[in-house]
Design a protein around this ligand. Structure first.
Ligand code: 5GP
Length: 185
């Protein structure tokens, strides 16, 4: 699983990882957040209403879920189970609270924390990508403070400074793990 603060480049790194390691598949998360322009239901996320999300929690459908910046995000067990049963390695992109839950539920899962080169760089990236309103950027930055402090908890930390270097490092970590045969990345 790939974790780290919002805006650190997890999505970009994961796209590069999926291109470099073809058997890997991405778990599509569920969220109550509204779709951003261009985000398709079932591809970017499974977009659920708050009521539908609550029903899926009650039904025990989530491996993990967390509240983040006023919305809920979660990993559906169904996204993992059929792939892992077929031996297909799965990658999750999740925030830190969810990563802790996955670590507790699946200690064999490999956790990689993506860190920004500096707090200033993270702020510049969050503002620059233009996907969130200023108040949302401010909330994400406040959350990021706590998330950055959590990086020591994770077995691997990759600093996303030069993208190519970060991709190589991440690909190396995942390849080593796959060579050791476990299927949850
Ligand atoms: P965004 O709104 O920018 O798409 O996502 C906000 C945060 O939620 C990001 O840090 C993202 O990695 C995280 N996230 C996405 N999917 C999940 C999930 O299934 N579970 C958890 N816990 N976090 C998620």
């Amino acid at each position: 699983m790939i974790t780290g603060p919002s805006g650190v480049g997890k999505g970009t790194l994961i796209r590069a990882l999926l291109a470099r390691i073809p058997p890997l598949e991405l778990s599509v998360s569920a969220t109550t957040r509204a779709p951003r322009p261009g985000e398709e239901d079932g591809a970017a996320y499974h977009f659920l209403t708050p009521a539908a999300f609550a029903e899926r929690i009650a039904a025990g459908d989530f491996l993990e879920w967390a509240e983040y910046s006023g919305n809920r995000y979660g990993t559906l067990r169904s996204e993992l189970e059929r792939r892992l049963a077929a031996g297909v390695p799965v990658v999750l992109e999740i925030e830190v609270q969810g990563a802790r839950q996955v670590r507790a539920a699946m200690p064999e899962a490999v956790a990689v924390f993506i860190a920004p080169p500096s707090r200033e760089a993270l702020e510049a990236r969050l503002v620059g990508r233009g996907t969130d309103r200023p108040d949302q950027v401010a909330a994400r930055l406040r959350t990021a403070e706590g998330e950055l402090d959590a990086q020591e908890e994770f077995a691997h930390v990759v600093v996303n400074d030069r993208l190519e270097d970060a991709v190589s490092e991440l690909v190396g970590i995942v390849r080593r793990q796959l060579d050791c045969s476990s299927t949850a990345a």
